[in-house]
Design a protein around this ligand. Structure first.
Ligand code: PRP
Ligand code: URA
Length: 209
């Protein structure tokens, strides 16, 4: 699928199997999500710009490279996005962080917004919007629209698991925003849940079933 990267790495696939398993307890689920997010960051951040910097190693001077300019902003789609956020912030501690509170109405499956706080300079940053589940794609499309409304242009969407229907809807709405996912699953069921998926990501992350 155009604009979709499915991460293909044995360590990611192994951890995805553990996190999908319904017997995996909350504490382990949380830890796995953090670990997988770090591995996914490798793909999501691979084209960040670098600039030269002069340093001295204990052996000699050298021109090395470091990240250039205003850098990264992570945007977590609450609640479950916070599970992916942790590992990313560990890797890029200077990143700015935004939050968008959305829940999916269980009847209509339409996203309902209850919170939005984004950094003022988001337009100058590479923005990674994170949410473990890209199901119908409604929440992801809404979240990215809010980020664009604040001036962001360089945006990617990072999902742990995506459904083909959700990717198609999202890409039709935001063809300029690539999607990076740990797995592209089979389909949605009648309740809009991803099959096979992992169930309700927020409930599994926070133990709120
Ligand atoms: C989940 C998930 C996404 C959304 C995906 O959140 O974290 O935000 O569903 O579904 P969609 O692609 O069909 O819009 P949920 O609505 O369960 O809210 P929560 O994280 O607050 O539990
Ligand atoms: N939200 C979830 O948490 N899981 C799904 O499978 C779909 C939407």
């Amino acid at each position: 699928m155009d604009g979709l990267t499915v991460i293909d790495h044995p360590l990611v696939e192994h951890k995805m199997t553990l996190i999908r398993d319904k017997t995996t307890p909350t504490a382990v689920f949380r830890r796995l999500l953090r670990e997988i997010s770090m591995l996914m960051a490798y793909e999501a951040l691979r084209d960040l710009e670098l600039e030269p910097v002069d340093i001295e190693t204990p052996v000699c001077p050298m021109t090395a490279r470091k990240l250039a300019g205003k850098k990264v902003c992570f945007v977590s789609v609450l609640r479950a996005g916070d599970g992916l956020l942790q590992g990313l912030v560990d890797l890029v501690p200077s990143a700015r962080v935004g939050h968008i509170g959305l829940y999916r109405d269980p009847e209509t499956l339409q996203p309902v917004t209850y919170y939005c706080k984004l950094p003022g300079d988001i337009g100058a940053r590479t923005v990674i919007v994170v949410d473990p589940m890209l199901a119908t794609g409604g929440s992801a499309a809404d979240a990215v629209a809010k980020v664009k409304a604040e001036g962001a242009k360089d945006i990617r969407f990072l999902a742990l698991i995506a459904a083909p229907e959700g990717v198609a809807t999202f890409r039709a709405t935001h063809p300029d925003v690539p999607v990076i996912t740990g797995a592209l699953d089979e389909r949605l069921n009648d309740h809009g849940y991803i099959v096979p998926g992992l169930g309700d990501a927020g409930d599994r992350l926070f133990g709120t079933k």
